[in-house]
Design a protein around this ligand. Structure first.
Ligand code: MN
Ligand code: MN
Length: 471
Protein backbone atom coordinates (compact mmCIF):
# COMPACT_ATOMS: atom_id res chain seq x y z
CA UNK A 1 0.00 0.00 0.00
CA UNK A 2 2.87 2.37 0.90
CA UNK A 3 4.33 1.68 -2.48
CA UNK A 4 1.05 2.74 -4.01
CA UNK A 5 1.07 6.03 -2.06
CA UNK A 6 4.48 6.97 -3.43
CA UNK A 7 3.08 6.95 -6.96
CA UNK A 8 1.95 10.18 -8.55
CA UNK A 9 -1.79 10.83 -8.79
CA UNK A 10 -1.76 9.96 -12.49
CA UNK A 11 0.14 6.75 -11.86
CA UNK A 12 -2.23 5.81 -9.03
CA UNK A 13 -5.24 6.39 -11.24
CA UNK A 14 -3.63 4.52 -14.08
CA UNK A 15 -3.01 1.54 -11.83
CA UNK A 16 -6.45 1.62 -10.31
CA UNK A 17 -8.59 2.39 -13.34
CA UNK A 18 -6.93 1.35 -16.58
CA UNK A 19 -7.29 -2.20 -17.90
CA UNK A 20 -3.73 -3.45 -18.18
CA UNK A 21 -2.98 -6.44 -20.37
CA UNK A 22 0.17 -8.44 -19.70
CA UNK A 23 1.89 -11.23 -21.57
CA UNK A 24 0.99 -14.55 -19.95
CA UNK A 25 4.65 -15.46 -19.47
CA UNK A 26 4.90 -12.55 -16.99
CA UNK A 27 1.94 -13.94 -15.09
CA UNK A 28 2.78 -17.63 -14.72
CA UNK A 29 2.74 -18.96 -11.17
CA UNK A 30 5.60 -21.01 -9.69
CA UNK A 31 5.80 -24.43 -11.32
CA UNK A 32 3.35 -23.56 -14.06
CA UNK A 33 5.92 -23.55 -16.82
CA UNK A 34 6.65 -27.23 -16.12
CA UNK A 35 2.95 -28.06 -15.81
CA UNK A 36 2.33 -26.36 -19.14
CA UNK A 37 5.05 -28.36 -20.88
CA UNK A 38 3.74 -31.64 -19.44
CA UNK A 39 0.20 -30.76 -20.49
CA UNK A 40 1.32 -29.91 -24.02
CA UNK A 41 3.16 -33.22 -24.36
CA UNK A 42 -0.14 -34.99 -23.73
CA UNK A 43 -1.88 -32.68 -26.16
CA UNK A 44 0.61 -33.40 -28.94
CA UNK A 45 0.04 -37.15 -28.44
CA UNK A 46 -3.71 -36.55 -28.68
CA UNK A 47 -3.19 -34.70 -31.98
CA UNK A 48 -1.01 -37.41 -33.48
CA UNK A 49 -3.46 -40.14 -32.47
CA UNK A 50 -6.55 -38.31 -33.69
CA UNK A 51 -6.59 -36.99 -37.23
CA UNK A 52 -10.30 -37.56 -37.76
CA UNK A 53 -13.26 -37.25 -35.39
CA UNK A 54 -13.52 -41.05 -35.21
CA UNK A 55 -9.90 -41.35 -34.12
CA UNK A 56 -10.37 -38.55 -31.58
CA UNK A 57 -13.33 -40.45 -30.14
CA UNK A 58 -11.25 -43.64 -29.87
CA UNK A 59 -8.44 -41.79 -28.11
CA UNK A 60 -10.94 -40.07 -25.81
CA UNK A 61 -12.51 -43.41 -24.83
CA UNK A 62 -9.08 -44.83 -24.00
CA UNK A 63 -8.14 -41.83 -21.83
CA UNK A 64 -11.56 -41.75 -20.16
CA UNK A 65 -11.70 -45.48 -19.41
CA UNK A 66 -8.23 -45.17 -17.92
CA UNK A 67 -9.56 -42.40 -15.65
CA UNK A 68 -12.49 -44.56 -14.47
CA UNK A 69 -15.24 -43.48 -16.87
CA UNK A 70 -17.74 -46.13 -17.99
CA UNK A 71 -20.45 -46.14 -20.67
CA UNK A 72 -23.71 -44.68 -19.38
CA UNK A 73 -26.40 -47.33 -19.08
CA UNK A 74 -29.89 -45.88 -19.52
CA UNK A 75 -31.75 -46.08 -16.22
CA UNK A 76 -28.66 -46.64 -14.09
CA UNK A 77 -28.52 -45.01 -10.67
CA UNK A 78 -25.96 -42.21 -10.51
CA UNK A 79 -24.29 -40.83 -7.42
CA UNK A 80 -21.92 -37.88 -6.96
CA UNK A 81 -18.49 -38.61 -8.39
CA UNK A 82 -19.74 -41.18 -10.92
CA UNK A 83 -18.01 -40.88 -14.29
CA UNK A 84 -19.94 -41.85 -17.41
CA UNK A 85 -19.74 -41.35 -21.15
CA UNK A 86 -21.67 -42.09 -24.33
CA UNK A 87 -20.41 -42.29 -27.90
CA UNK A 88 -22.62 -41.08 -30.71
CA UNK A 89 -22.07 -43.22 -33.82
CA UNK A 90 -18.32 -43.29 -33.33
CA UNK A 91 -17.95 -39.61 -34.23
CA UNK A 92 -18.97 -37.62 -31.16
CA UNK A 93 -18.64 -38.31 -27.47
CA UNK A 94 -20.22 -36.94 -24.30
CA UNK A 95 -18.73 -37.42 -20.85
CA UNK A 96 -19.97 -36.43 -17.40
CA UNK A 97 -18.82 -36.41 -13.80
CA UNK A 98 -21.89 -36.39 -11.58
CA UNK A 99 -22.04 -33.47 -9.16
CA UNK A 100 -23.01 -33.31 -5.52
CA UNK A 101 -25.97 -31.09 -6.28
CA UNK A 102 -29.01 -32.21 -8.20
CA UNK A 103 -29.03 -31.66 -11.95
CA UNK A 104 -31.97 -29.33 -11.28
CA UNK A 105 -29.22 -26.87 -10.28
CA UNK A 106 -27.75 -27.18 -13.78
CA UNK A 107 -24.63 -28.67 -15.29
CA UNK A 108 -21.34 -27.00 -16.12
CA UNK A 109 -20.63 -27.84 -19.72
CA UNK A 110 -17.57 -27.58 -21.96
CA UNK A 111 -18.42 -28.10 -25.63
CA UNK A 112 -15.80 -28.40 -28.33
CA UNK A 113 -15.62 -30.06 -31.74
CA UNK A 114 -13.29 -32.76 -33.00
CA UNK A 115 -13.84 -32.50 -36.75
CA UNK A 116 -11.36 -30.39 -38.74
CA UNK A 117 -11.18 -29.11 -42.32
CA UNK A 118 -9.91 -31.76 -44.72
CA UNK A 119 -10.40 -33.35 -48.15
CA UNK A 120 -13.03 -36.09 -48.17
CA UNK A 121 -13.00 -38.65 -50.96
CA UNK A 122 -16.02 -38.64 -53.24
CA UNK A 123 -18.13 -41.80 -53.35
CA UNK A 124 -16.75 -42.75 -56.76
CA UNK A 125 -13.23 -41.46 -56.31
CA UNK A 126 -10.72 -43.64 -58.14
CA UNK A 127 -9.78 -42.96 -61.75
CA UNK A 128 -6.85 -43.12 -64.11
CA UNK A 129 -5.74 -40.25 -66.32
CA UNK A 130 -2.81 -40.62 -68.71
CA UNK A 131 -1.44 -43.56 -66.76
CA UNK A 132 -1.56 -41.90 -63.36
CA UNK A 133 -4.14 -42.93 -60.73
CA UNK A 134 -6.02 -40.31 -58.70
CA UNK A 135 -8.74 -39.99 -56.07
CA UNK A 136 -11.42 -37.31 -56.48
CA UNK A 137 -12.09 -35.20 -53.37
CA UNK A 138 -14.77 -32.93 -52.01
CA UNK A 139 -13.41 -30.53 -49.43
CA UNK A 140 -14.93 -30.50 -45.95
CA UNK A 141 -15.14 -27.23 -44.05
CA UNK A 142 -13.86 -23.80 -44.94
CA UNK A 143 -10.43 -24.30 -46.36
CA UNK A 144 -8.20 -22.29 -48.66
CA UNK A 145 -7.70 -24.69 -51.54
CA UNK A 146 -4.31 -23.37 -52.60
CA UNK A 147 -2.87 -24.49 -49.24
CA UNK A 148 -3.67 -28.16 -49.87
CA UNK A 149 -1.55 -28.80 -52.96
CA UNK A 150 2.02 -30.14 -52.85
CA UNK A 151 1.86 -31.15 -49.20
CA UNK A 152 2.16 -34.71 -47.85
CA UNK A 153 -1.25 -36.28 -47.16
CA UNK A 154 -2.45 -39.29 -45.18
CA UNK A 155 -5.64 -41.23 -45.78
CA UNK A 156 -7.87 -42.00 -42.80
CA UNK A 157 -11.38 -43.35 -42.42
CA UNK A 158 -13.65 -46.33 -42.77
CA UNK A 159 -15.14 -48.51 -45.45
CA UNK A 160 -18.52 -49.91 -44.42
CA UNK A 161 -19.40 -53.14 -46.21
CA UNK A 162 -22.87 -54.38 -47.07
CA UNK A 163 -22.45 -57.24 -44.59
CA UNK A 164 -22.15 -54.78 -41.71
CA UNK A 165 -18.41 -55.01 -41.34
CA UNK A 166 -16.61 -51.67 -40.95
CA UNK A 167 -13.01 -51.62 -42.09
CA UNK A 168 -10.71 -48.99 -40.59
CA UNK A 169 -8.26 -47.37 -42.98
CA UNK A 170 -5.18 -45.46 -41.93
CA UNK A 171 -2.40 -45.00 -44.44
CA UNK A 172 0.44 -42.58 -43.96
CA UNK A 173 1.05 -42.29 -40.24
CA UNK A 174 2.44 -45.76 -39.68
CA UNK A 175 6.14 -46.55 -39.75
CA UNK A 176 7.23 -46.98 -43.36
CA UNK A 177 3.79 -46.11 -44.79
CA UNK A 178 3.52 -44.41 -48.16
CA UNK A 179 1.83 -41.00 -48.27
CA UNK A 180 -0.07 -39.10 -50.95
CA UNK A 181 -0.08 -35.64 -52.47
CA UNK A 182 -1.89 -33.27 -54.84
CA UNK A 183 0.20 -31.75 -57.59
CA UNK A 184 0.33 -28.12 -58.72
CA UNK A 185 1.69 -26.27 -61.71
CA UNK A 186 5.37 -25.51 -62.00
CA UNK A 187 6.11 -21.74 -61.98
CA UNK A 188 7.53 -22.06 -65.49
CA UNK A 189 4.05 -22.87 -66.80
CA UNK A 190 2.04 -21.06 -64.14
CA UNK A 191 1.96 -17.65 -65.79
CA UNK A 192 -1.81 -17.59 -66.34
CA UNK A 193 -2.64 -19.37 -63.07
CA UNK A 194 -0.57 -16.83 -61.12
CA UNK A 195 -2.77 -13.99 -62.35
CA UNK A 196 -5.89 -15.52 -60.77
CA UNK A 197 -7.19 -14.61 -57.29
CA UNK A 198 -6.20 -17.10 -54.57
CA UNK A 199 -9.77 -18.38 -54.37
CA UNK A 200 -9.77 -19.30 -58.06
CA UNK A 201 -6.20 -20.41 -58.71
CA UNK A 202 -6.86 -23.96 -57.52
CA UNK A 203 -10.37 -25.09 -58.58
CA UNK A 204 -11.93 -27.68 -56.26
CA UNK A 205 -12.11 -30.25 -59.04
CA UNK A 206 -8.34 -30.17 -59.43
CA UNK A 207 -7.83 -31.29 -55.83
CA UNK A 208 -7.24 -34.84 -57.03
CA UNK A 209 -4.95 -37.00 -54.95
CA UNK A 210 -2.12 -38.81 -56.73
CA UNK A 211 -2.17 -42.45 -55.58
CA UNK A 212 -0.16 -44.40 -58.13
CA UNK A 213 1.69 -44.66 -61.41
CA UNK A 214 2.71 -48.29 -61.85
CA UNK A 215 0.59 -50.30 -64.29
CA UNK A 216 -0.51 -53.85 -63.64
CA UNK A 217 2.01 -56.12 -65.34
CA UNK A 218 1.19 -58.82 -67.89
CA UNK A 219 -2.01 -57.11 -68.92
CA UNK A 220 -3.13 -55.57 -72.22
CA UNK A 221 -6.37 -53.95 -70.96
CA UNK A 222 -7.14 -50.33 -70.12
CA UNK A 223 -6.58 -48.41 -66.85
CA UNK A 224 -3.82 -50.71 -65.69
CA UNK A 225 -2.56 -48.22 -63.05
CA UNK A 226 -6.02 -47.94 -61.52
CA UNK A 227 -6.42 -51.72 -61.62
CA UNK A 228 -3.09 -52.15 -59.87
CA UNK A 229 -4.23 -49.73 -57.12
CA UNK A 230 -7.49 -51.68 -56.72
CA UNK A 231 -5.55 -54.93 -56.48
CA UNK A 232 -3.41 -53.50 -53.68
CA UNK A 233 -6.46 -52.15 -51.81
CA UNK A 234 -8.21 -55.48 -52.18
CA UNK A 235 -5.18 -57.32 -50.87
CA UNK A 236 -4.86 -55.06 -47.82
CA UNK A 237 -8.49 -54.29 -46.98
CA UNK A 238 -10.55 -56.83 -48.93
CA UNK A 239 -12.51 -54.09 -50.68
CA UNK A 240 -13.61 -53.52 -54.28
CA UNK A 241 -14.19 -50.29 -56.20
CA UNK A 242 -17.92 -50.37 -55.43
CA UNK A 243 -17.17 -50.34 -51.69
CA UNK A 244 -16.00 -46.71 -51.93
CA UNK A 245 -19.70 -45.88 -52.20
CA UNK A 246 -20.19 -46.61 -48.52
CA UNK A 247 -16.82 -45.34 -47.35
CA UNK A 248 -15.78 -42.24 -45.45
CA UNK A 249 -12.17 -41.65 -46.33
CA UNK A 250 -10.44 -38.36 -45.70
CA UNK A 251 -7.11 -36.97 -46.79
CA UNK A 252 -5.48 -35.10 -43.93
CA UNK A 253 -2.04 -33.49 -43.75
CA UNK A 254 0.76 -35.96 -43.01
CA UNK A 255 2.33 -33.78 -40.34
CA UNK A 256 2.66 -34.71 -36.71
CA UNK A 257 2.56 -32.09 -33.98
CA UNK A 258 5.90 -30.39 -33.40
CA UNK A 259 7.30 -27.62 -31.24
CA UNK A 260 7.85 -24.41 -33.15
CA UNK A 261 10.43 -21.73 -32.41
CA UNK A 262 13.92 -21.51 -30.93
CA UNK A 263 12.19 -21.32 -27.56
CA UNK A 264 9.73 -24.14 -28.36
CA UNK A 265 6.89 -21.94 -27.14
CA UNK A 266 4.48 -22.81 -29.96
CA UNK A 267 2.99 -26.00 -31.41
CA UNK A 268 2.52 -26.55 -35.12
CA UNK A 269 0.00 -29.18 -36.18
CA UNK A 270 -2.93 -30.10 -38.31
CA UNK A 271 -6.29 -29.89 -36.52
CA UNK A 272 -5.71 -27.49 -33.60
CA UNK A 273 -9.19 -26.24 -34.58
CA UNK A 274 -10.71 -27.57 -32.46
CA UNK A 275 -8.79 -30.42 -30.89
CA UNK A 276 -6.87 -27.86 -28.85
CA UNK A 277 -10.07 -26.99 -27.00
CA UNK A 278 -11.47 -30.53 -27.13
CA UNK A 279 -8.37 -31.81 -25.37
CA UNK A 280 -8.54 -28.95 -22.85
CA UNK A 281 -12.16 -29.86 -21.99
CA UNK A 282 -11.36 -33.55 -21.82
CA UNK A 283 -8.15 -33.24 -19.79
CA UNK A 284 -9.92 -30.88 -17.37
CA UNK A 285 -12.89 -33.24 -16.95
CA UNK A 286 -10.60 -36.22 -16.32
CA UNK A 287 -9.16 -34.34 -13.34
CA UNK A 288 -12.51 -33.32 -11.83
CA UNK A 289 -13.29 -35.37 -8.72
CA UNK A 290 -16.62 -34.61 -7.00
CA UNK A 291 -17.75 -31.28 -8.42
CA UNK A 292 -20.63 -29.37 -6.90
CA UNK A 293 -22.36 -29.23 -10.29
CA UNK A 294 -22.36 -32.10 -12.76
CA UNK A 295 -19.51 -31.45 -15.19
CA UNK A 296 -20.10 -32.35 -18.83
CA UNK A 297 -17.67 -32.50 -21.74
CA UNK A 298 -19.24 -32.56 -25.19
CA UNK A 299 -16.98 -33.34 -28.14
CA UNK A 300 -19.04 -32.78 -31.27
CA UNK A 301 -18.64 -33.62 -34.93
CA UNK A 302 -19.66 -31.58 -38.00
CA UNK A 303 -18.98 -28.10 -36.56
CA UNK A 304 -16.96 -27.22 -39.64
CA UNK A 305 -20.00 -27.69 -41.86
CA UNK A 306 -22.50 -25.94 -39.60
CA UNK A 307 -23.01 -28.45 -36.75
CA UNK A 308 -25.49 -30.26 -38.96
CA UNK A 309 -26.34 -33.92 -39.01
CA UNK A 310 -26.90 -36.67 -36.52
CA UNK A 311 -23.43 -36.28 -34.97
CA UNK A 312 -23.34 -32.45 -34.94
CA UNK A 313 -24.21 -30.13 -32.06
CA UNK A 314 -27.72 -29.65 -33.44
CA UNK A 315 -28.39 -33.36 -32.98
CA UNK A 316 -30.75 -34.47 -30.22
CA UNK A 317 -28.14 -37.00 -29.11
CA UNK A 318 -26.83 -34.42 -26.62
CA UNK A 319 -30.33 -33.87 -25.23
CA UNK A 320 -30.87 -37.61 -24.95
CA UNK A 321 -27.63 -38.01 -23.01
CA UNK A 322 -28.50 -35.13 -20.70
CA UNK A 323 -32.04 -36.39 -20.29
CA UNK A 324 -30.78 -39.83 -19.32
CA UNK A 325 -28.61 -38.17 -16.65
CA UNK A 326 -31.52 -36.04 -15.48
CA UNK A 327 -33.99 -38.93 -15.36
CA UNK A 328 -31.77 -40.82 -12.96
CA UNK A 329 -32.47 -37.93 -10.55
CA UNK A 330 -36.07 -37.30 -11.55
CA UNK A 331 -35.17 -33.87 -12.95
CA UNK A 332 -36.85 -32.41 -16.06
CA UNK A 333 -34.25 -31.76 -18.77
CA UNK A 334 -35.46 -28.18 -19.29
CA UNK A 335 -34.97 -27.35 -15.63
CA UNK A 336 -31.41 -28.60 -15.86
CA UNK A 337 -30.75 -26.60 -19.02
CA UNK A 338 -32.09 -23.30 -17.72
CA UNK A 339 -29.66 -23.49 -14.80
CA UNK A 340 -26.69 -24.75 -16.79
CA UNK A 341 -23.60 -22.87 -17.91
CA UNK A 342 -21.62 -23.70 -21.02
CA UNK A 343 -18.29 -22.66 -22.39
CA UNK A 344 -18.34 -23.22 -26.12
CA UNK A 345 -14.67 -24.08 -26.32
CA UNK A 346 -13.49 -23.22 -29.80
CA UNK A 347 -10.49 -21.51 -31.28
CA UNK A 348 -10.36 -17.86 -32.18
CA UNK A 349 -8.07 -15.98 -34.53
CA UNK A 350 -4.77 -14.86 -33.06
CA UNK A 351 -3.58 -11.40 -34.07
CA UNK A 352 -1.07 -11.87 -36.88
CA UNK A 353 1.40 -8.99 -37.31
CA UNK A 354 1.96 -10.13 -40.89
CA UNK A 355 -1.66 -9.32 -41.76
CA UNK A 356 -2.58 -6.39 -39.51
CA UNK A 357 -5.20 -5.04 -41.92
CA UNK A 358 -7.88 -7.60 -41.03
CA UNK A 359 -7.56 -7.23 -37.25
CA UNK A 360 -8.77 -4.58 -34.85
CA UNK A 361 -5.93 -4.60 -32.39
CA UNK A 362 -7.75 -3.37 -29.29
CA UNK A 363 -10.16 -6.31 -29.44
CA UNK A 364 -7.99 -9.06 -30.91
CA UNK A 365 -6.64 -12.12 -29.15
CA UNK A 366 -2.87 -12.34 -28.89
CA UNK A 367 -0.64 -15.41 -28.69
CA UNK A 368 0.48 -15.95 -25.07
CA UNK A 369 -2.22 -13.74 -23.60
CA UNK A 370 -4.22 -16.78 -22.53
CA UNK A 371 -7.65 -18.24 -23.11
CA UNK A 372 -9.68 -15.99 -25.39
CA UNK A 373 -13.26 -15.20 -24.37
CA UNK A 374 -15.61 -14.13 -27.17
CA UNK A 375 -18.85 -12.46 -26.14
CA UNK A 376 -20.04 -12.94 -29.68
CA UNK A 377 -18.90 -14.47 -32.96
CA UNK A 378 -20.91 -14.24 -36.18
CA UNK A 379 -20.58 -11.98 -39.19
CA UNK A 380 -21.65 -8.44 -40.16
CA UNK A 381 -24.05 -7.16 -37.47
CA UNK A 382 -23.31 -10.17 -35.19
CA UNK A 383 -25.43 -12.32 -37.49
CA UNK A 384 -25.31 -15.95 -36.40
CA UNK A 385 -23.94 -15.13 -32.95
CA UNK A 386 -25.51 -16.10 -29.65
CA UNK A 387 -24.02 -12.94 -28.05
CA UNK A 388 -23.60 -13.90 -24.40
CA UNK A 389 -25.15 -11.60 -21.79
CA UNK A 390 -22.94 -9.25 -19.80
CA UNK A 391 -23.83 -11.27 -16.69
CA UNK A 392 -22.53 -14.44 -18.33
CA UNK A 393 -19.23 -12.74 -19.23
CA UNK A 394 -18.95 -11.39 -15.68
CA UNK A 395 -19.42 -14.87 -14.27
CA UNK A 396 -16.61 -16.22 -16.45
CA UNK A 397 -14.34 -13.31 -15.44
CA UNK A 398 -14.92 -14.06 -11.77
CA UNK A 399 -14.37 -17.81 -12.05
CA UNK A 400 -11.24 -17.48 -14.19
CA UNK A 401 -9.70 -14.73 -12.04
CA UNK A 402 -10.31 -16.69 -8.86
CA UNK A 403 -8.46 -19.64 -10.42
CA UNK A 404 -5.54 -17.48 -11.66
CA UNK A 405 -6.28 -18.31 -15.29
CA UNK A 406 -4.59 -16.05 -17.83
CA UNK A 407 -7.39 -14.99 -20.19
CA UNK A 408 -8.15 -12.21 -22.63
CA UNK A 409 -11.14 -10.81 -24.45
CA UNK A 410 -11.22 -11.67 -28.14
CA UNK A 411 -13.03 -10.82 -31.31
CA UNK A 412 -12.32 -12.65 -34.56
CA UNK A 413 -11.16 -9.65 -36.61
CA UNK A 414 -12.29 -6.32 -37.95
CA UNK A 415 -16.04 -5.80 -38.26
CA UNK A 416 -17.08 -6.78 -41.79
CA UNK A 417 -13.68 -8.36 -42.55
CA UNK A 418 -15.37 -11.78 -42.49
CA UNK A 419 -16.79 -13.85 -39.69
CA UNK A 420 -17.42 -17.27 -38.25
CA UNK A 421 -19.44 -19.27 -35.78
CA UNK A 422 -19.17 -22.08 -33.24
CA UNK A 423 -21.47 -24.52 -31.45
CA UNK A 424 -22.34 -21.75 -28.93
CA UNK A 425 -25.51 -20.75 -30.71
CA UNK A 426 -26.88 -24.31 -30.54
CA UNK A 427 -26.24 -24.52 -26.79
CA UNK A 428 -27.87 -21.12 -26.26
CA UNK A 429 -30.90 -22.31 -28.27
CA UNK A 430 -31.32 -25.03 -25.65
CA UNK A 431 -31.76 -22.31 -23.00
CA UNK A 432 -28.22 -22.76 -21.69
CA UNK A 433 -26.17 -19.66 -20.81
CA UNK A 434 -23.20 -19.98 -23.16
CA UNK A 435 -19.97 -18.09 -23.73
CA UNK A 436 -17.37 -18.70 -26.41
CA UNK A 437 -13.88 -19.33 -25.13
CA UNK A 438 -10.78 -20.89 -26.58
CA UNK A 439 -7.26 -20.83 -27.88
CA UNK A 440 -6.06 -18.14 -30.33
CA UNK A 441 -4.70 -19.76 -33.51
CA UNK A 442 -2.39 -18.50 -36.25
CA UNK A 443 -3.21 -19.75 -39.78
CA UNK A 444 -6.55 -21.19 -38.69
CA UNK A 445 -7.95 -23.87 -41.07
CA UNK A 446 -4.57 -24.24 -42.81
CA UNK A 447 -3.09 -27.73 -43.08
CA UNK A 448 -0.55 -26.60 -40.48
CA UNK A 449 -1.92 -24.35 -37.75
CA UNK A 450 0.03 -22.72 -34.92
CA UNK A 451 -0.89 -22.14 -31.27
CA UNK A 452 0.97 -20.95 -28.18
CA UNK A 453 1.59 -23.53 -25.47
CA UNK A 454 0.66 -21.05 -22.77
CA UNK A 455 -2.75 -20.49 -24.31
CA UNK A 456 -3.35 -24.26 -24.60
CA UNK A 457 -2.56 -24.72 -20.93
CA UNK A 458 -4.62 -21.74 -19.80
CA UNK A 459 -7.64 -23.02 -21.72
CA UNK A 460 -7.30 -26.32 -19.88
CA UNK A 461 -6.98 -24.47 -16.59
CA UNK A 462 -9.97 -22.30 -17.47
CA UNK A 463 -12.13 -25.31 -18.33
CA UNK A 464 -11.20 -26.96 -15.05
CA UNK A 465 -12.12 -23.79 -13.17
CA UNK A 466 -15.53 -23.72 -14.87
CA UNK A 467 -16.17 -27.40 -14.10
CA UNK A 468 -15.18 -26.92 -10.46
CA UNK A 469 -16.90 -23.58 -9.92
CA UNK A 470 -19.69 -23.58 -7.38
CA UNK A 471 -21.86 -20.92 -9.04
MN1 MN B 1 -13.63 -24.48 -34.53
MN1 MN C 1 -13.07 -24.11 -37.74
Amino acid sequence: MDEFKELSRGEQLRKALVYDRKNGYDRLLDGEYEAMEAYCTGYKQFLDAGKTERECVDRTIALAENAGFRPLVRGQQLKPGDKVYRVNRGKAIMLAVIGQESLSQGAHIGAAHIDSPRLDLKQNPLYEADELAFLKTHYYGGLRKYQWVTIPLELHGVVALKNGQVIRVSIGNGEGDPIFTIDDLLPHLGVEQSKKPLSEAIPAETLNILVGSRPLSDDEGKDRVKLHALELLNRKYGITEEDFISAELSAVPAFNARDIGFDRSLIGSYGHDDRVCAYACLAALLQVKEPQHTAVCMLADKEEIGSEGVTGMKSASFDTFMEDLCESQGVPLRVCYENSFCLSADVTAAYDPNFPDVYEKRNSAFVNYGMGLCKYTGARGKSGASDASAEVVARARRVLDEANVVWQMAELGKVDAGGGGTVAVFMAERDIDTLDAGVPVLSMHAPYETVGKLDCYMTFKGMKAIFESTK
